[in-house]
Ligand binder design. Structure first.
Ligand SMILES: Cc1ncc(COP(=O)(O)O)c(C=O)c1O
Length: 435
């Protein structure tokens, strides 16, 4: 396999101080270097805990699915209701109309994009539809290359495009954690139009070598759609340095922004050249001219909008984005490596298989633990206010974030041990059978 190049993702290979799990008299103890204590004492990120009320009531290890809600969301949603109630229809010209691009400026620094380069949409599947609608699958360049480890909604969407002429090459993987990069690169040829690929795989948290894929795609004239959903807010990203043609993702996971907002970045030189067929009046140069016929589309990021923007969700996403920018992605990544290493080594020390890369440089924010009876154990963890999820071929996914205390990772593992020892998982067996 080719050597992955992670240089655009600094500091994935940073020399962070990691706790090492060592077996001690049959139990698992943690031995740490003296400087580790210093690192914990300096855990500046814990000051953000107070911003997330749910952290007082739960062990929140589910940020790869739904990040914790910042308390500021109560205020921004109140401000939205006030504007609607007090300003009425005038709210559109007092900020609402521009929100689907303006709010994107808070995501831009987290992915290496610039001001005005992002438009915001309802979900990631829709962003893929907008991108796909810029292309014509009826010519000889009609292939879409993707892996079967891609998030299913994206696979479903592109398979749906077969009726428009798309040919799908779904590169199969024998491994639930990662795919064979060389095999994937070989599938990208002169007939390839689009390569939708996640930078971080949703099941295993494997960091894909996006640079190699983009280089290969560009060599044969194909475009790459980089899905950053499981990456942004967990690892540093530079879409410009990577040369990504398109980058998409949502805010509800690592960005603590809630449902209803997904971002779309388009490479500067492509932005005004492409024309999405999935368009609408938000993309028009004079939307309030209500002109009949075909659109006279803007050339900036508004070009990729379509109908009325999702104003409540855009208000809800602001506090999370502000906190993430303040916390700083490099500190977040450094702490994330410490916590995922702690989970991974803790699980392996207890003899449970882990479906996540061993090497911290290849791993984003999640650790997937395939302990016995993983589905039922996950149900019991949820009942005990330890928030996590279960995915087939992955196991229990734990995704600690900057607001977690490191000892919460140990607590979750101890609870799994106890649930297995006491057979507490058994009360959920019926739920598993009826799944
Ligand atoms: C990598 C990835 N892409 C896409 C999605 C789904 O996106 P949406 O529901 O916004 O269409 C998810 C959801 O979990 C995901 O993890």
């Amino acid at each position: 396999m080719s050597r992955p190049d992670f240089s655009c993702l600094w500091p994935l290979s940073a020399d962070v101080t990691l706790r090492r799990a060592v077996p001690f008299e049959g139990r698992l103890e943690f031995a740490s270097l003296p400087c580790h204590i210093e690192t914990r004492a300096m855990d500046d990120l814990l000051k953000y805990r107070a911003e997330f009320p749910i952290l007082d009531r739960t062990t929140y290890l589910n940020s790869n699915s739904l990040g914790a809600m910042p308390r500021g969301v109560y205020d921004t949603l109140h401000a939205y209701a006030d504007a609607w109630n007090n300003r009425g229809v005038r709210a559109w010209e007092e900020g609402w109309w521009e929100m689907a691009v303006d709010a994107g400026d808070k995501i831009a620094p987290l992915i290496g994009a610039q001001t005005g380069e992002i438009s915001l949409h309802q979900n990631v599947t829709i962003t893929q539809a907008i991108i796909s609608s810029c292309f014509d699958f009826r010519g000889p360049r009609n292939k879409v290359v993707m892996t079967d480890l891609e998030f299913p909604s994206i696979q479903y969407f592109y398979h749906g495009q077969r009726r428009l002429g798309a040919r799908i090459e779904l590169v199969a993987s024998d491994d639930p954690v990662c795919f064979d990069l060389d095999k994937f690169l070989a599938a990208i040829d002169e007939t390839t139009l689009l390569v939708p690929i996640s930078l971080v795989l949703f099941r295993s948290s494997w960091i894909v070598d996006a640079r190699a894929i983009i280089e290969r795609a560009h060599r044969v004239g194909a475009h790459v759609v980089l899905d950053l959903f499981q990456a942004t807010g967990a690892v540093p990203i530079d879409v410009r340095a990577l040369g990504a043609d398109f980058a998409v993702g949502g805010v509800l996971k690592w960005l603590c922004g809630g449902p209803g907002v997904a971002y779309l970045y388009i490479r500067e030189d492509l932005r005004s050249r492409l024309s999405p067929a999935l368009t609408g009046w938000s993309a028009h140069r004079r939307p309030f001219g209500f002109e009949p016929g075909a659109i006279d589309a803007r050339e900036d990021s508004y070009r990729y909008l379509n109908g009325t923007p999702q104003i409540p969700a855009l208000h809800a996403c602001l506090p999370g984005l502000e906190i993430l920018n303040r916390a700083g992605i490099h500190s977040i990544r450094e702490k994330s490596i410490r916590m995922t290493t702690r989970l991974l080594e803790g699980a392996q020390g207890r003899g449970w298989p882990v479906n996540t890369p061993q090497n911290a440089a290849e791993r984003a924010g999640t650790v997937s633990i395939d302990c016995p009876h993983a589905y039922e154990v996950c149900r019991e963890l949820l009942a005990r206010e330890i928030l996590c999820d279960y995915r087939p071929k992955a196991g229990i996914r734990f995704s600690p974030h900057f607001y977690n205390r490191e000892d919460e990772c140990d607590f979750a593992l101890d609870q799994i041990e106890e649930i297995l020892r006491t057979d507490a998982w058994r009360k959920h067996a019926a739920a598993y059978a009826s799944k």
